[in-house]
Design a binder for this molecule. Sequence first.
Ligand SMILES: [Ca+2]
Ligand SMILES: [Ca+2]
Ligand SMILES: [Ca+2]
Ligand SMILES: [Ca+2]
Length: 416
Amino acid sequence: MKNFLYLVLVGLSFGLLMGGCGGSSGSDSEGGGNGATNDSPVVFMSDGASTGYEPHVLVDGIPTLLAEVNADGPYSGVNGIGETLLSNSVYYDGKYYFRATDGASGYELWVSDGTVGGTELVRDIYPGVNGSEPSNLVVCNDLLYFSANDGTNGNELWVSNGSEGGTLLVKDIRVGEESSSPSSLVVYGDRLYFSADDGTNGPELWVSNGTAETTFIVKDINVGAVGSFPQYLTVYNELLYFNAYDEERGAELWVSNGMAGGTSLLADINPDVFDSSPGHLAVYSDRLYFRADDGLHGEELWMTNGSEEGTSLVADLFVGGASSFPYYLTVYDGDLYFRGGSGEDQLYVFDGTTISEVSAFVEGEEISTQFLFAADDRLYVVTASETFGDELVVYDGITVEVVDYNEGAGDGLNFD
Ligand SMILES: [Ca+2]
Ligand SMILES: [Ca+2]
Ligand SMILES: [Ca+2]
Ligand SMILES: [Ca+2]
């Protein structure tokens, strides 16, 4: 077991936050700039300064308010659970883009350059109080892609260059008000790949180059009206890997070169119709790691080198049919971290040879791992704690810190 030193940061005042964001002389603070940089992979809704839940980014590991989007209301947003926390925002063209509500427009696409004056609604895609609920934000070919519902076409693929007039529907993939519900957006090569349902083939693998004409289905993997439900799309060794379902072999690991003829099953890990349900794919140490269930060992850590014979169980961490549930695989500082354990809230680390449970205590309470992500040389863990509430824990390689942004048991993160 690794044992981390710990440090608790409590009662961070706004003044301390400003001091911690560079520009202590105030020379670059014109317009209320907080010095936010693209270190932060995510804009999340946090409450630490009696503003209610408002958009924050991480600056030197510290949550930092971008601006109050809903100054008169209780909050401007909620954080997604799991990977959705990361895909509801993106850094694009020097600014943060994220979903939020000002209380009048519903959940829409917002942008912030880190100043109050530079924080604004991009476009009220679903006009009026209803929200278009933008999600799955991804940058591809210098454009911002996401899914949204304009109230007429259903939940479909959108693209934006950051301007109101340049925020447009790419294609009404499922024609009419019904939704194709694009999900698992990923950049592969110079194109955008994702799952969508055109109403005929079910949810299948799609590709887009930003126009209606260049948006089409790659392959009807599960032939007919039932979808293959592609998910966890991940690029490894110049190929696209993902979980897909077909009626003969269940939900298994597939690989694609982006074309119909180059899309095939990699391995039927749980034989025949049974699902191995590969998920949480991550590239680490020249291999693709993921969780899967072969029907014998439960949900455990697997890896592949891209060949069927090179696809194998890494370790039966919870021996036999019991599962260790390795979720949210995250590479940090030369190791592979994941959430797992019988309570599914432990932190584990794999160093390429051995899996160890990380024992991280703060004031005698072991941190509860809800989700994790790596950014700017730190590992961030979303924790749920009776002492601290829902908060971020920061690991910088030496210490574990609870950033008790909403001091005490109150929640600093808005998941409700
Ligand atoms: Ca609206
Ligand atoms: Ca539609
Ligand atoms: Ca199908
Ligand atoms: Ca199978």
